[in-house]
Ligand binder design. Sequence first.
Ligand SMILES: [Zn+2]
Length: 234
Amino acid sequence: MTAAVRIEMALHRAFIFLGPPGAGKGTQSRRFAERCGVPHLSTGDMLRDAVTRGTELGRLARPIMERGELVPDDVVMKMVEERLAGPDCAGGFVFDGFPRTLPQAERLGRVLEKNGFGKPVVVDFEVSPDVLMRRLTGRWTCSVGGEIYNVYDAPPKVPGICDHDGGKLVQRPDDRPEVVKERLVAYERQTKPLAAYYRRQGVLDVVDASAGVEQVSRALEEIVRRVEGRDGRL
Ligand SMILES: [Zn+2]
């Protein structure tokens, strides 16, 4: 990734990336935002930042997060609304992992409209459950240096041992098969209806997220070009 490949555009719109855990939307959304020169917005990061800075929202959210509970929609929406009013968001922005639920999507639509943004561009990262299971349950992490391996796609030279520092590889609780299955089921139930919602609005694009990082990046670029052709204003 170099500055030369930066996509020059004033989006003035929201890009929303939908996809299950393991679909690679974190990596792609960061990369995409950087190339477009727009902010990458993750509500998780925003909440943690508000807590660190001790803002009013942060003080409200902190005890909830410390109890391990979900921060209520009202709080999240207020935070998103404040963030979108920031001058750096005027040229557009990329949401990573938001909205998660239909009520959030509906409220976001109203916030976007109120702030003069057009309809969002929504990209659904489609991956087969088999590929997701492999990606997530195959992930083992070095207990010393934190290096990440995948026993199927990027195995260490010696099983169970880190190539760099000889550290023991461990599987994070979140990456165990039974937990992964639960995460994927929760995603299907809660977030999958969003794809249908945005499809009905005519703003949904789909990428094959089983493909490699470069290929998915190119597919996203093509979507930008297509939106540009449709709207003539990007
Ligand atoms: Zn290591």
